[in-house]
Design a protein around this ligand. Structure first.
Ligand SMILES: [Zn+2]
Length: 904
């Protein structure tokens, strides 16, 4: 039965309600229940909202966010190498020059000639700086390279990754002053006799970036930008020829990745803190991802274009980013704190062939370099924390930036008194609702607030599930903020429906109170989140403090106006002070937070893999942030009559239906050349079985159209089957990209080599030598040497109970599958591995190996080194097909891969 009454809160159709406008005829038939509707003793009078007041919302919700987002994306002007006084300054044009030179070398994938040439470029540039520094009586420049070998390990989403490397070069440049201006600067190292470097003090800031690029990428932003910024910072310091305190160590490493433990040892006794320069995108400013000590957060506050909030650090530490940057390795091996900074805008081209200089935004490099030089200048000033002997403090600091203009930071403990006072004020302002006449509405609001958020998230996730299951996942992929058009309306439909249902049981008088009780309940809700997070020591609590403060301002000014007799007779709240003024603050926070979050997560969804709930993550972020950042929308909803409330829900539904019609129809392909779908294609030759197979893989849950079936029919063996493979740790098909191989959706079919040359083609293979050291009491000691001549990105996989190995973690006790990713250089392509295994006499172990053929990477090396080789031809043909059919909306990683099994 429909229970409804035309006497709903302030409904102008209420005959008892004084209305200046003519009564609006009731559109829908209203069934008046046979209960006695007794006229309220006190008339529920509600403040009227004039059309002009409603119109005031428009600029705050349109022009202001537009202007703020412009501000958010504004970058500094690119600067020339010297300012008007002739003083050196970081210069974008020089940085882009370095990036261009590196890109022109080719894809600097570890194991290729290009990777060695990239290292050589940096060595040459460093030599130029050394020459310039040579005659200086002010500065001392030292440089050395390390060609290291070693082992290390890390975890990505519970997958053990072991890394062995050999012949990978690190280039190091240290700049210090002959006579540092401050005399308090020395922290002498007791024993430095082992050191290859003449340095004596542990007072260095280390800047790190990597020269190599990943497969298949020219690595312009990742990490040409970091390499270029560091070269230019070094140039500025050398050209300035000015004494400074402490010292600066630049370290360019040759393997995506990690400083080797031996490097760490060599420089660890000099380094006090580090800054990692990375990229996961090619536009916008450099974002501060992590800051791991109080001193380094303070150092960051000197950046002229601060961009970063502790929320990013909180999100990052949750592990959801699936990322393992050099930063973590640096921290681990050097045992120092630091800053992790990365350019992250337009992350759609990250680790693809489009990570090219032509997509780097003007101002991005300048933004990065301006920030780095300011931080370095602070760290080499007389007040630098590098000069103090006390250990750095833990990062118990709340920090955030606003629109690249201001950076605010304070100790987390200092928040508590303010948060407590704020929470108390929130409670005091809510007490009036406990009166006998208002408690029902208040109770309903207290329940309705969290339920409203859950209702919103539930509706958004329901829609996400429907889209995903009907093959319409990721229809929002083409723009970072497109998810908002789908999941914000969906979320508000859920939230408002919850409100309509809950308020149904209330009397008209109680309903007329809902506006102000919800205003209080929202404030209590956000203040509770603030207190809970603060107690859990989660620094992001500050955000809820901000939101609560704006709401408290609203409630408080409303009370003051009441006391002054303005609107004291009416229910409801003063629209200007309670809604419009706080809304300006909400809009500012929302623009900053939602753009930053979605700029990372929307493109990330394109590479999250088949199992990650990408659609639901995006739905939850969009719907929940709309709820959290606009807490006044619920009280505002209760300000309008019930009939209008229904119209609002209807309007949202119609809007959503329109958006879905446009984006979920068969006419819409959610990818384009600027926002491509990631696909992996490989031609695999198995040395052990002699099989040739084709493999197609997807990294997201978006539509796949006819990609697999067409590649199979056009390029697979005739009359063969295509299989959707379920890869486990025991399948080696995609081991070259382990552990990503565990997250991708893969397909496989046989290939028949056509020509005689193709059939007789000699595929490169892995050489190996074993030396049995000892085999007694079920313990087998084995020395292995592998030769990866002509191979790139080799991976070894084997199942064994390992007792001892070369890695820096103790081997797990049980028998399990291990994966070793090997990085070798083109000039030094062997890798040794010593293992002690639990094996019975005579038992055999099988090692599955796979690697990319150096000559058959498309577009990396194939056209130059092996255009007529079987995989090159096959992949190039697929590339041409994809280009003509999909016009750049597919970003395909294409490699000829060889694999095999050896028995030891
Ligand atoms: Zn990188």
């Amino acid at each position: 039965m429909v229970v409804d009454t035309p006497l709903a809160n302030g409904d102008p159709t209420d005959p008892a309600f004084p209305s200046e406008q003519p009564p609006i005829p009731i559109q829908t038939p209203v069934i008046i229940k046979s209960v006695k509707v007794s006229p309220p003793k006190e008339e529920p009078t509600v403040e009227k909202t004039s059309i002009w007041n409603w119109l005031l919302f428009l600029p705050i919700l349109t022009i202001l966010p537009f202007y703020l987002s412009k501000l958010h994306y504004t970058l500094p002007e690119p600067l020339p190498p010297h300012d008007s006084n002739g003083d050196p300054q970081p210069s974008e044009s020089l940085i882009l020059g370095h990036i261009e030179s590196l890109e022109n070398i080719g894809y600097r994938t570890v194991g290729t000639r290009e990777s060695v040439l990239g290292e050589q470029y940096v060595v040459d540039e460093v030599m130029k700086l050394l020459d310039q520094c040579e005659g200086s009586e002010v500065l001392r420049c030292e440089s050395w390279t390390q060609q290291g070998s070693g082992f290390h390990s890390f975890d990505i989403l519970d997958h053990e990754v072991l890394k062995a490397y050999n012949g990978i070069t690190n280039i190091i440049l240290k700049i210090s002053s002959v006579n540092p201006p401050s005399s308090n600067s020395s922290v002498l190292i007791p024993d430095q006799s082992q050191s290859q470097s003449p340095s004596q003090k542990k007072d260095a800031i280390l800047l790190g970036s990597h020269i190599d690029s990943t497969l298949p990428s020219p690595g312009a932003a990742d990490d040409g930008m970091g390499v270029g910024v560091m070269l230019d910072i070094a140039r500025v310091m050398v050209e300035r020829n000015r004494p400074f305190d402490g010292s600066v160590i630049f370290m360019w490493n040759g393997g995506e990745g990690k400083p080797r433990p031996d490097d760490a040892e060599l420089i660890a006794h000099q380094v006090r803190a580090m800054i990692n320069l990375e990229a996961a995108g090619s536009t916008g400013g450099a974002l501060l991802f992590q800051a791991t000590s109080k001193e380094m957060i303070e150092a960051y506050s000197h950046a002229p274009h601060p961009r970063g909030t502790v929320i990013a650090a909180d999100v990052f530490s949750s592990g959801i980013m699936m990322s393992d940057t050099d930063f973590v390795q640096f921290e681990k091996y050097l045992g120092v704190s630091g800053l992790d900074m990365a350019t992250v805008g337009h992350s759609y081209f990250y680790h693809t062939k489009k990570d090219s200089i032509k997509y780097i935004e003007a101002g991005s490099a300048q933004h990065f370099a301006n920030n780095i030089i300011a931080i370095v200048d602070h760290l080499t000033s007389p007040t630098s924390p590098l000069l103090q002997s006390e250990p750095f403090s833990p990062p118990n600091m709340v920090y955030f930036s606003l629109f690249d203009q201001i950076f605010v930071h304070w100790p987390i403990d200092a928040s508590m008194p303010y948060y407590t006072a704020l929470a108390t004020l929130v409670v005091v302002l809510s007490v009036k609702h406990l009166s006998s006449k208002r408690w029902k509405a208040f109770l309903s609001s207290l329940i309705g607030t969290p339920l409203g958020m859950l209702g919103g998230a539930a509706a958004a996730n329901l829609l996400a599930a429907v889209l995903r299951l009907s093959g319409k996942g990721q229809i929002w992929f083409r723009h970072e903020h497109l998810p908002l058009l789908i999941y914000v309306p969906a979320g508000y439909i859920g939230t408002f429906l919850t409100q309509l249902l809950l308020s149904k049981v209330l009397s008209p008088i109680s309903r007329s109170q809902l506006e102000s009780t919800y205003y209080s309940a929202q404030t209590l809700f956000l203040a509770s989140l603030m207190i809970l997070l603060q107690i859990a020591n989660i620094r992001s609590a500050y955000l809820f403090a901000f939101l609560s403060t704006l709401l408290v301002f609203g409630s408080f000014s409303n009370e003051v106006l009441r006391m002054l007799g303005i609107g004291s007779k009416v229910e409801g709240m003063n629209i200007k002070s309670t809604y419009l003024i706080p809304l300006v603050g909400f809009a500012a926070l929302a623009v900053e937070a939602i753009t930053t979050t979605l700029d990372i997560f929307t493109p990330l969804a394109g590479r999250m893999g088949k199992d990650a709930p990408a659609e639901h993550i995006i739905a939850t972020i969009s719907s929940t942030s709309a709820f959290i950042f606009f807490p006044t929308f619920i009280p505002l909803f209760h300000r309008v009559p019930r009939s209008t409330q229904r119209k609002v829900v209807l309007a949202l539904s119609l809007f959503l239906a329109g958006v879905l019609t446009a984006l979920a129809g068969p006419w819409y392909w959610p990818y384009d050349a600027m926002h491509p779908k990631r696909v992996g294609v490989q031609y695999l030759y198995n040395h052990t079985s002699g099989e040739h197979t084709g493999h197609v893989a997807f990294m997201d849950q978006g539509p796949t159209r006819d990609i697999v079936s067409t590649i199979h029919t056009k390029f697979g063996q005739e009359d063969s089957e295509v299989v959707n493979t379920k890869l486990t740790d025991y399948d080696s098909d995609w081991d070259v990209i382990y552990p990503i191989s565990s997250f991708i959706d893969t397909y496989k079919f046989p290939i028949a080599p056509e020509t005689k040359e193709d059939k007789e083609f000699e595929w490169p293979t892995m050489g190996f030598y074993t030396q049995e050291v000892k085999w007694e009491y079920g313990m087998r000691e084995l020395r292995l040497r592998f030769d990866f001549n002509g191979l790139v990105w080799p991976t070894l996989a084997f199942e064994a109970a390992v007792l001892r190995w070369s890695f820096d973690i103790p081997p797990p006790v049980e028998k399990m599958r291990h994966h070793i990713k090997v990085a070798t250089s083109i000039d030094e392509h062997t890798q040794d591995l010593n293992l002690t295994l639990r094996m019975d006499e005579g038992e055999r172990m099988y090692i599955h190996w796979s690697a990319v053929d150096l000559n058959q990477m498309v577009p990396g090396t194939a056209s130059r080194l092996g255009p007529n080789m079987p995989a090159s031809k096959w992949l190039t043909a697929i590339d041409e097909w994809a280009d003509s059919e999909y016009g750049g909306s597919l970003e395909i990683m294409m490699n000829g891969v060889v694999c095999g099994v050896i028995e030891v």
